[in-house]
Design a protein around this ligand. Structure first.
Ligand code: TRP
Length: 334
């Protein structure tokens, strides 16, 4: 996979099925980048254990996440798809990078503050050093671009600082990665509290749509979506709920807000909700059947992941070797 194409790396945690928000904000775009870039996509299972996970569930969800990525169009002929723990070099690089990351810098990470406030009973040091592992994920492939949502921007900034510092201390080693903000794909908000991002960890299951929800469930969740009392289908800041529905509809139909306003002129929110629900359910239906097919074909799926891990490890091991030499780890003759 040695080409002149720029390299992209991204990761997603295997903690439950992806939401509509994950799909629109991340996974849908991953598929589209595969021709223009050399893409490396990772199921970040090592990141997942920074909060308590049930082992059997994590194991199953890791395979499910990989199957869903494939169903969403990640093509193992074009891209590298692998599971993070299958490439031990990530953990190796993470240790070295951690030793040059100031404690103070990590204490400023918003996500650490939020997650430790949310799980006060389990503030483990992995949760604290997680951004260093994420930096290793990125730098180990010399990724040029990293598609991330706004919640990961600070971590990407840290990865850039880590790369710059290491290059300065030991000579040019890492590519300093840039964020990749896709030109399409809105941020999808909660259906119940439309000023909050849609999140699968929300206690109210009506606030998010999962990619594996069946058609009735999807439509029901949209029917219950919070709107306002104005009754007019129009996108604006004061109408966050309706705007969110319109934005979802726009993503899946390609229609502009003006076209959607015209389509629903003189009609109520009920019509809009039903249209959005049906559109989303129809878009997910073929992905869901592809997902089921892939998940049932264990040999194929595990073969893809094995091949992905080997290809990823070839790149990652080269980087770790270089780094080990630079920091002065003794090398023995082979
Ligand atoms: N931390 C990311 C998240 O929680 C997932 C992730 C892990 C990631 N490693 C990465 C994303 C490297 C981009 C690049 O969403």
């Amino acid at each position: 996979m040695e080409t002149n194409k720029k390299r992209i790396l991204s990761g997603i945690q295997p903690t439950g099925t992806f939401t509509l928000g994950n799909y629109v904000g991340a996974v849908r775009n991953w598929g589209r980048l595969q021709d223009e870039y050399e893409c490396v996509y990772m199921v970040a299972n090592m990141h997942a254990i920074t909060v308590k996970q049930e082992p059997a569930k994590l194991r199953a969800q890791t395979r499910e996440a990989a199957a869903l990525l494939l169903a969403c169009g990640i093509d193992p002929e074009k891209s590298i798809l692998f599971v993070q723990s299958h490439v031990p070099a990530h953990a190796e690089l993470s240790w070295v990078l951690g030793c040059s990351t100031p404690f103070g810098e990590l204490t400023r990470m918003h996500q650490f503050k939020e997650k430790s406030a949310k799980h006060p009973e389990d503030i483990n040091s992995g949760l604290f050093t997680y951004p260093v592992l994420m930096a290793a994920d990125i730098l180990i492939y010399n990724a040029d671009l990293v598609p991330v949502g706004i919640d990961q921007k600070q971590h990407l900034e840290l990865a850039r600082n880590i790369a710059i510092r290491f290059n300065g201390n030991y000579s040019e080693t890492f590519v300093v990665p840039d964020g990749y903000i896709p030109t399409t794909g809105a941020k999808i908000m909660s259906l119940q509290e439309p000023d909050k991002k849609m999140s699968k960890s929300d206690k109210n299951a009506n606030s998010f749509v999962l990619m594996l929800d069946d058609k009735d469930t999807i439509i029901r969740k949209f029917k219950r979506a919070v709107t306002d009392s104005d009754g007019c289908v129009r996108a604006c800041a004061e109408k966050a709920g309706v705007t969110n529905l319109m934005s979802i509809y726009s993503v899946f139909t390609g229609k502009t807000y003006a076209e959607i306003e015209a389509e629903f002129a003189g009609r109520g929110y009920g019509d809009l909700k039903l249209a959005v629900g049906e559109t989303v359910a129809d878009a997910f239906e073929p992905i869901q059947s592809e997902y089921k097919r892939i998940l049932a074909d264990k040999n194929y799926l595990d073969g893809v992941l094995k091949d992905g891990a080997e290809r990823a490890a070839r790149i990652a091991n080269r980087t770790v070797n270089k780094v080990y030499k630079k920091v002065g780890f003794l090398q023995l003759d082979k």
